[in-house]
Design a protein. Structure first.
Length: 508
């Protein structure tokens, strides 16, 4: 058992939200634990041996309310001061990443070094302090410096390395894509797509394509494939296989306990889709999130075998196309609550080590809902997470990224209305169009600075019908551009060298 003292305005806290809390063990792998809050203390009952780091949604003065992580701690009778352990963890990671990123003898690094030294001095004062409540207050002061400093470091590093990638001509010609809604076919919708993006990501949902066993509905996809082909717009299809519940046809659950038949059905479905669209699709998301969305309760061996089968069939039927395996919820919180899943980085390592034939790793990143994998994190954590993907030796494609321009508990979102802003976290302010635009700019700059990253795909073009995050599109419901759409057009134009300053997308 581990216990953490929490203070509010000098007194033991009377309440604390445990909704986003989880523990992390070795190698960034979450571990099962139960939490309770009582008498100003957060109590963790850990179900695994060894030290663990606590991750909680935490308010940072002047910054917001984001997930933060302690260092890995051992169980002991005496409670830890959570305020101190959070700042200790933040400072440790800042020093580690400064070394990893080589941020030492670089021009204009002085202000970052001063702020890092200043945060550390405040923390040392807290360590020396004999009063626990005062130590908590001083630690909060240190966090108010250290958390924004992490973002400053990430953006500084991104600016340096993105400039190097540009100078070395390492950025591809087709960097930016967007997921479209096949049901929307208006001319304006398609014109926005052409004006802002280099390729189209066409969603494949088994539920939509084969609503009744053996009966396929191709019309909506056929029309989009024909249009993209006529306009010479490259196509990515995503995903071929997904066991997320709302992607599966209802009839498939008849075979939930018959893996052999299920495998044959998946094989036949993949074969039909690829044979129909292989001449038009340049990139296939072969299998998406099977490590987390284990709706059909496959065991570990079946998950790995299903991945191998889907990848192998795709490479055989579409040898000229790139095959991606897509990760979702990259921090893996879900694993601490569902042992029939696999941590994302462990899954990625296993498919690489087992020689499964695929060309690149895909990554989904949705931020702004109170659901595992979607709570608000700062850009320093996001940049660090992207760096961990480099170890697999494969190119990385961000296959869907999104934040909202406004947040409400919308029952129509894909997560069942789990988007209340006070529970999902806060990045500087409440989500708005300007904040969405800022988030997009900072994320794209950080992601594009990574030498192993090839493309970025936004998750929704417009706020129409079904969506992953409410108001997460780059266009409003009337298809007028949001600030984030204009921001993306600006980034794209500048990287392509077509416009020295601000782009001017059409507003009609």
């Amino acid at each position: 058992m581990m216990r953490f003292q929490i203070y509010h305005e000098g007194n033991p806290a009377k309440d604390f939200s445990l909704e986003a809390a989880y523990l992390v063990g070795t190698d960034h792998v979450p571990v099962k634990a139960e939490f309770e809050f009582r008498n100003g203390e957060l109590v963790c009952h850990k179900r695994a041996q060894g030290p663990g780091a606590l991750v909680v949604l935490w308010p940072v003065r002047g910054f917001g309310r984001v997930l933060l992580e302690t260092t890995r701690l051992v169980e002991r009778d005496r409670p830890y001061n959570l305020h101190m352990e959070l700042v200790r963890g933040q400072l440790l990671r800042l020093h580690q990443k400064r070394e990893d990123w080589g941020l030492f003898d670089i021009d204009n690094i002085e202000s970052i070094v001063r702020n890092l030294d200043g945060a550390q001095e405040i923390f040392l004062e807290a360590v020396k302090c004999g009063n626990v409540a005062k130590a908590a207050r001083l630690s909060d002061d240190a966090l108010s410096v250290a958390v924004p400093l992490g973002e400053q470091m990430a953006l500084f590093h991104a600016a340096v390395f993105l400039n190097r990638r540009r100078q070395a001509d390492q950025l591809g010609r087709r960097l930016f894509g967007c997921v479209v809604n096949p049901k929307i076919k208006t001319e304006l919708y398609r014109r926005r797509l052409q004006n802002g993006f280099d390729f189209v990501s066409l969603p494949l949902r088994w539920r939509d394509l084969e609503p009744r066993q053996g009966e396929y509905c191709w019309e909506a996809l056929d029309e989009w494939v024909e249009w993209c082909t006529s306009q010479r717009i490259p196509l990515k299809a995503s995903p071929l296989v997904s066991f997320r519940e709302n992607h599966l046809p209802d009839w498939i659950f008849i075979y939930e306990n018959d893996y052999a038949t299920l495998r044959e059905l998946v094989y036949g479905y993949i074969q039909r889709v690829i044979e129909r669209y292989s001449n038009a699709v340049q990139v296939w998301d072969v299998i998406s999130g099977i490590h987390a969305w284990n709706t059909l309760n496959l065991n570990f061996e079946q998950i790995m075998e299903m991945t191998r089968m889907a990848s192998t069939v795709t490479k055989q039927l579409a040898p000229r196309a790139a095959a991606l395996v897509e990760l979702v919820f990259p921090w893996g919180e879900y694993y601490s609550r569902n042992p029939r899943t696999i941590p994302p980085l462990l899954y990625a390592d296993m498919i690489v080590q087992n020689g499964i034939p695929f060309d690149a790793i895909g990554l989904q990143l949705y931020v702004g809902a109170n659901s595992d994998g979607m709570y608000v994190r700062d850009m320093f954590q996001i940049s660090s997470m992207l760096d961990r993907l480099a170890s697999f030796g494969k190119p990385v494609h961000v296959t869907a990224v999104e934040t909202p321009s406004n947040i409400t508990a919308d029952p129509n979102d894909a997560w069942g209305g789990k988007c209340a802003p006070e529970r999902a976290g806060l990045w500087y302010d409440k989500w708005s169009e300007p904040l969405q635009s800022r988030w997009l700019r900072e994320f794209y700059n950080i992601a594009l600075s990574k030498p192993f990253l090839d493309t970025i795909t936004w998750g929704d073009l417009a706020d129409l019908e079904e969506h992953v995050l409410p108001n997460g599109g780059l266009l409003r419901a009337d298809l007028t551009p949001k600030l984030a759409y204009e921001q993306l057009c600006t980034i794209r134009a500048q990287l392509q060298g077509t416009v020295p300053g601000r782009a001017a997308p059409q507003n009609t």
